[in-house]
Design a protein around this ligand. Structure first.
Ligand code: FE
Length: 243
């Protein structure tokens, strides 16, 4: 069996959010899908360890903010690699409460769907929550971010708690394609890549970090001292050379 085959399944990238009393939380999820049209029903798959899971289980409501292709890595990092137990993710995020009370992300969202939980299925590490759609609105006319785009173009990684996480084997390209151009390959010889030990994001000098204003061709050593991992927010000291 080749688990990489599963990368051929396609997904979007969403912020699934919920509330508990006055508390709000949300997380990146790629497993969101419509299951029926009459009535309109959607399902989300959430890791049991996550705070959002606890909130959905108790409040029985959730919102799905659909991220557009322009969503920057810091937004993905805030919602994908940090826990709501350690920070209030919505304190630094533009949002509005939905009619269920679950927060709707207004940064880089192209639309949202709100639902009330009508059923759930425990699947080992995760729960699939099924929700009746109670509200849905488009927010922008941009193409949705896809899971493939996030990995291939944005060079994003999946946290270990993602349902689709597959451990990378050293020296093996699990994302399938490293379609770097010849120019980039020659630059790689002279410019060392560095990997974040927290989230496995790889800083590639040939690509820079455009979301944080770092131009392509910037060596790791020349990054500003206050530069942080665009995915998880770890500082430069968390990075090690890629051998
Ligand atoms: Fe990181």
């Amino acid at each position: 069996m080749d688990p990489r085959t599963l990368f051929k399944l396609s997904y979007g990238i969403y912020v699934v959010s919920s509330k508990l009393g006055d508390l709000l939380n949300g997380q990146i999820a790629n497993t969101v899908f419509q299951v029926t049209s009459e009535p309109q029903t959607i399902a989300v798959c959430i890791n049991k360890q996550n705070l959002t899971h606890e909130f959905i289980e108790k409040s029985k409501v959730f919102a799905v903010s659909i991220l557009g292709k322009s969503a920057p890595m810091p937004l993905m990092g805030r919602f994908g690699f940090k826990s709501g137990r350690e920070l209030n993710k919505f304190e630094e995020t533009r949002f509005r409460p939905g009619q269920t009370g679950a927060p709707i992300v207004l940064e880089n969202s192209i639309g949202f769907v709100e639902a009330e939980v009508v059923g759930s299925l425990s699947v080992g590490t995760h729960t699939i929550f099924v929700g009746k759609v109670v509200n849905a609105e488009p927010l922008a006319d941009e193409e949705p971010m896809t899971y493939a785009y996030y990995h291939e173009v944005k060079r994003g990684k999946s946290p270990k708690t993602a349902p689709t996480y597959i451990k990378e084997e050293p020296g093996k390209q699990v994302e399938g394609k490293a379609a770097d151009t010849k120019r980039e390959q020659s630059m790689e010889k002279t410019m060392q890549k560095y990997k974040c030990t927290v989230c496995e994001y790889v800083y590639d000098p040939a690509k820079g970090d455009p979301d944080s204003g770092v131009k392509p061709g910037t060596p790791f050593e020349k990054l500003p001292a206050d530069w942080v991992c665009p995915v998880c927010g770890a500082d430069k000291s968390a990075f090690e050379k890629v051998s």
